[in-house]
Write a protein that binds this ligand. Structure first.
Ligand SMILES: [Zn+2]
Length: 360
């Protein structure tokens, strides 16, 4: 990963993009990918895509998807003493929400608050996980009027302050690596194709879709609109190599051993087979995981769009998902980029991943 790529990564990770407020980060992403693609667009709700055209415009289209949004909180109520009660945006974990710093975006810019944490000495509930409505944010104000004067109102959203931290040589820590890191991977795939001067035989759409954390909404809108012939979703998956995780129950997925393809009904065997072939031909590490039914990613929306879209997952192993200390490994980022670049180079204009009753 080059220094300027890492700089872009930390810049886009610093930018808050809670579900429904993705546009600032989307504009930054579109600006970065623009030199490596032919067109950039966004839809009504902000899903943003870059198109790399095939030589022949009538060629089929591959959509590579990542999601732009992150989990967070929004203000539900401000009491007369100036404390705010909050609602969850997406799957924020209440168990770890106390004693944190949160950046809220108000009408007059950012306002930082902390989630109050009654001291352990005087708390009657001991170690009990709080209810969502028991959480509150203390902005350092003494009244509702004082807080409202900062420009904050009911509905304003915030995310944890935690920014990027590197541990040792390869471990990246931040909030929102789910799934900003895969949006970054999309941009690096485009950049690598450009640097190798590759004009693919398929049209390639790099899609950074909104509103995944509340049910894969942006990807549903975008796959309907763009009608891809195949799609690969890049999202994070649970690495199970930290203490206390039973592999019999959760599978065996490790950091630094490559992206994961998913085996399950949503994920098309023909696409998976091609990814495995590319992985073995180019000696790029890859892992396997299973999804008995839904994948829990945008693939669940895209694969059933219109008449059905052959779809697959390439998932980045991640520890501590939906926390301010999500952890990924730089080598996995690089191997996912390499795998997708070689996958795209493997595409022939007459490739077709759909099932056929008879051979062509
Ligand atoms: Zn995700």
């Amino acid at each position: 990963m080059t220094d300027d790529a890492l700089e872009f990564l930390s810049e886009i990770l610093e930018m808050p993009a809670p579900t429904g407020q993705e546009m600032d980060a989307q504009r930054l992403w579109a600006g970065y990918i623009a030199p490596f693609s032919d067109e950039q667009h966004c839809d009504a709700y902000g899903s943003t895509w870059a198109l790399l055209k095939a030589e022949d415009a009538s060629a089929p289209t591959l959509m590579l998807d990542a999601h732009a949004d992150e989990i967070g909180f929004s203000i539900r109520y401000i009491d007369e003493k100036g404390f705010a009660r909050i609602e969850r945006v997406g799957g924020s974990d209440v168990a770890i929400a106390r004693g944190r710093r949160i950046r809220f975006q108000g009408t007059e810019g950012e306002v930082i608050g902390i989630t109050g944490n009654t001291a352990i000495h005087i708390r009657d509930d001991g170690d009990k996980v709080p209810k969502l409505w028991e959480l509150y944010v203390d902005f350092g104000c003494s009244s509702r009027e004082e807080l409202e004067a900062t420009g904050l109102r009911v509905g304003d959203m915030g995310v944890y302050c935690d920014g990027v931290l590197m541990l040792q040589d390869n471990r990246i820590i931040c909030r929102a690596l789910d799934d900003r890191l895969c949006g970054f991977i999309l941009a690096q795939i485009a950049r690598e194709l450009k640097s190798q001067d590759i004009r693919p035989e398929w049209n390639i759409i790099f899609a950074n879709t909104v509103q995944e954390e509340i049910g894969c909404m942006g990807a549903e809108m975008l796959s309907y609109r763009l009608k891809p012939d195949a799609a690969i979703c890049l999202d994070v998956t649970h690495a199970t190599d930290s203490p206390g995780l039973d592999h019999g129950r959760y599978g065996d997925v490790r950091l630094a051993e490559g992206g994961c393809i998913c085996i399950g009904p949503t994920c098309h065997p023909n696409l998976n087979a091609r990814m495995e072939l590319v992985s073995s031909q180019h000696d790029i590490p890859m892992q396997r995981e299973v999804a008995g039914s839904r994948t829990g990613t945008n693939a669940d929306s895209i694969f059933r769009s219109r008449r059905g879209v052959p779809c697959a997952n390439l998932s980045l192993p991640l520890r501590y998902m939906h926390s301010p200390v999500e952890m990924a490994d730089k080598r996995d980022v690089e191997s996912c980029v390499d795998l997708m670049v070689e996958f795209i180079k493997s595409l022939k204009a007459d490739d077709d991943f759909a099932h056929r009753l008879y051979d062509k």
